[in-house]
Design a protein around this ligand. Structure first.
Ligand code: XMP
Length: 532
């Protein structure tokens, strides 16, 4: 098998040996969902651009192909297509919606707009229960979302399901090629996961061996090969991704990995202590108290984007100093040391699609992505092919405690973007206390795991109140909790009134200088999740 470029990550190369399902992306909003469903079936898959060549698929040990749905119509000029050799029968293929239309068209069939468009739920009458539909009832509910259908089947294909309006709701060549008009990957197709599993197991011969334990074993072997005798350094943020990446690399190379945890002074209550207590005993951990430097540089800074840039810059500087202090003695002549990063698959997919689209810059996200350019380090990203839920399962496999694994994501600039306007130590302390009470009550009421992200914001509003017999002029704390799958859109969480009441009452009673609490009921968009 051909070796891939030296810049590719660990899991990337591990995947070359592993039987892989290729998902060709035609721009469907559900493409990532297909990948997650396949992985949930314990089968390894990757998303490829739709113009991938058969040679590339062969190099990646692809054993089956799924063509995703997409918003285009196959008969439009410039509609995204597929290399005919990918669908000519050498490999098992499942075309979903647009993917089905495309396969039909490329193989000589005909696709046309449907007279009466079928969107949303439909009943699919199954005519053939072999292969793809094994185990399903004669009639199943399924989700439709395209206005085109296969009007004429390609030679050698026959229909295996229909709906009231669509005569060819599924097709096959009777061997290993299938097309479905509906979306098996969405929840609204209740038995869709079985359809996908039938394709993976019965048609492609997958064995379901993609497990956290298997990933750990392969990743460790790969990391050892890639890092060799070199030393590595990793910025531990306290979040899930960097924690799992570090734990994995530590398994592979032991204390040749140095983890640097920078306490920016912008962390939540007890966060620094918890990171040190959790990772101190299992990793070579350097904890740096840099709160003073960050606060000095942030003094007088009001603008959120400027806060982000100051913090980003200071973070790089701090990290560089630590790396310079820890690595040189250990560096092998002529070989670059390694920088471990916790990049995960959605980051990779998102940055790939960001490259291909021009989108307005809404808010810059600070992470340590800028580091390798200023430092002579080789980047290793052992999680770059994993989804978040897989990262958590791998973390559990590595023995990382649950409360770290299930932690809500938090912004790189930390509480700096949750104190509105200028920051100082006093405001940070007030926010930390209010935020800690909020999270404590959410956990006690079993709501922490039900929301995707929850936090308090110290607003710059001060208002009049009465506490005891005194008139007060205190801070306004806002609480935010959101539900979201992808953090691109989000809805405010419907927390129970009595829970909100308890939180509010504790905050105004226990946090001096706060006399009013409000709950943020805006969704994203038009708001963002963070206030700054
Ligand atoms: P927004 O506020 O943009 O947040 O709706 C979406 C997700 O991104 C996180 N976020 C950040 N993460 N650096 C980060 O690393 C940042 O500057 C930043 N700003 C927002 C936010 O917490 C949410 O999860």
């Amino acid at each position: 098998m051909k070796e891939r470029a030296a810049t590719t990550g660990t899991a990337d190369r591990a995947a070359t040996a592993r039987p892989t399902i290729a998902i060709l992306d035609y721009g469907s909003q559900y493409t990532q969902l297909i990948a997650r469903r396949v992985r949930e079936s314990r089968v390894y898959c990757e998303i490829f651009p739709h113009d991938v060549t058969p040679d590339e698929l062969r190099e990646r040990n692809v054993v089956g192909v799924i063509l995703s749905g997409g918003p285009s119509s196959v008969y439009e000029p410039n509609a995204p297509s597929v290399d005919r050799r990918v669908v000519d029968g050498r490999l098992p293929v499942l075309g979903i919606c647009y993917g089905m239309h495309l396969m039909a068209q490329v193989l000589g069939g005909e696709v046309a707009p449907e007279g009466t468009r079928e969107y949303g739920p439909a009943m699919v009458e199954i005519g053939d229960h072999g292969g793809l539909f094994e185990g399903l009832a004669p009639s199943e509910r399924a989700w439709m979302s395209h206005g085109d259908t296969v009007r004429r089947l390609p030679a050698g294909f026959h229909g295996i399901a229909r709906t009231e309006r669509v005569p060819v709701a599924a097709m096959t060549d009777g061997r290993a090629r299938f097309g479905v008009q509906f979306h098996p990957e969405v929840m609204h197709t209740p038995r869709g996961a079985e359809v996908l599993r039938n394709f993976l197991y019965r048609v492609c011969g997958a064995t379901g061996d993609w497990t956290p334990a298997a990933f750990v074993e392969e990743a460790i072997a790969e990391l050892r090969r890639e890092i060799g005798e070199r030393h590595a350094i990793c910025a531990l943020s306290g979040g899930v991704d960097s924690a799992v990446a570090a734990a994995l690399v530590a398994r592979a190379i032991g204390d040749r990995l140095t983890c640097v945890f920078i306490d920016t002074g912008l962390l939540r209550e007890n966060e620094a202590e918890q990171v040190v207590a959790t990772f101190g005993p299992r990793l070579r951990l350097v904890a740096v108290d840099a709160a003073d430097r960050f606060l000095v540089r942030l003094a007088g800074v009001n603008d959120p984007e400027q806060k982000r840039s100051v913090i980003g810059e200071e973070f790089v500087r701090c990290f560089e100093e630590e790396a310079a202090a820890r690595l040189p003695a250990a560096t092998i002549a002529g070989q670059k040391p390694v920088l471990v990063q916790g990049t995960i698959y959605p980051d990779v997919i998102e940055s790939r699609s960001r490259e291909s689209k021009t989108s307005a810059r809404i808010k810059t996200h600070h992470n340590v992505g800028g580091l390798p350019e200023v430092m002579a380090l080789d980047v290793v990203e052992p999680l770059r092919r994993l989804f978040k839920d897989e990262v958590r399962r791998v973390g559990a496999e590595l023995g990382i405690p649950e409360d770290i694994l299930w932690r809500h994501p938090s912004p790189g600039p930390g509480l700096a973007v949750r104190v509105v306007g200028e920051i100082d130590r006093e405001k940070l302390d007030i926010l930390r206390r209010a935020d800690a009470i909020y999270l404590e009550e959410l956990r006690a009421a079993d709501w922490y795991r039900k929301v995707a992200q929850a936090f308090a914001v110290l607003t710059s509003v001060r208002s009049v109140g009465v506490q005891g017999d005194f008139r007060t002029y205190g801070y306004l704390v806002a609480l935010r909790a959101v539900t979201t799958e992808d953090f691109m859109t989000a809805d405010w969480a419907r927390l129970p009134y009595d829970l909100l009441e308890r939180i509010s009452s504790r905050i105004v009673n226990e946090v001096p200088s706060v006399n009013r609490v409000v709950y943020d009921v805006s969704s994203k968009p038009p708001a963002t999740i963070e206030w700054e």
